[in-house]
Design a protein around this ligand. Structure first.
Ligand code: ATP
Length: 134
């Protein structure tokens, strides 16, 4: 049976390498599922949950955007940041969420609203992945 050879790189390390049966990643148009022998694509990833399935085991991760490249011999994910549920520091994510919410609520014209909204999305995503998949 064919498998996907998956490599996930984060800025600081090789996060994962192995053969898996299915990869699902968040994109602007919603989640996309990659099965073995998927046609080649390159797509931008957004903040969300990704999961990989090997046999009956599904592993979930919080991903904060990146790029996926599906090639014939391997699928490569370059993640801006990625965490396993058990590695997520919820107190840190809650603090990041509160900071972002306060910035957004301040309506200060000097704040970078897009940046604050992205920080809020990352924090909420981490909290959700931790709470739903630990
Ligand atoms: P913070 O403001 O708390 O740093 P952030 O969203 O700005 O959050 P990122 O820039 O996305 O953080 O990530 C920087 C690094 O910290 C990455 O390696 C990421 O995996 C890690 N990281 C960020 N938040 C958490 C968290 N709550 N738990 C575990 N690791 C985290």
């Amino acid at each position: 049976m064919s498998v996907i050879h998956l490599v996930i790189l984060s800025p600081s390390s090789q996060f994962f390498e192995g053969d898996v049966d299915m990869v699902t990643v968040p994109t602007k148009l919603g989640p996309i599922g990659i099965l073995p022998e998927h046609y080649p694509i390159i797509s931008l990833l957004v903040i969300g949950t990704m999961h990989i399935q090997t046999g009956s085991v599904i592993k979930y991760f919080a991903i904060s955007g990146g790029i996926i490249s599906v090639q014939q011999d391997r699928t490569l994910i370059l993640a801006e940041a990625i965490e396993r549920p058990e590695d997520i520091d919820v107190a840190r994510a809650r603090a990041a969420k509160a900071r972002a919410e306060a910035l957004i609520a301040s309506k200060d014209p000097n704040i970078d609203l897009v940046r604050a909204q992205a920080a809020l999305q990352r924090a909420m995503n981490r909290i959700r992945v931790h709470d739903e998949h630990l």
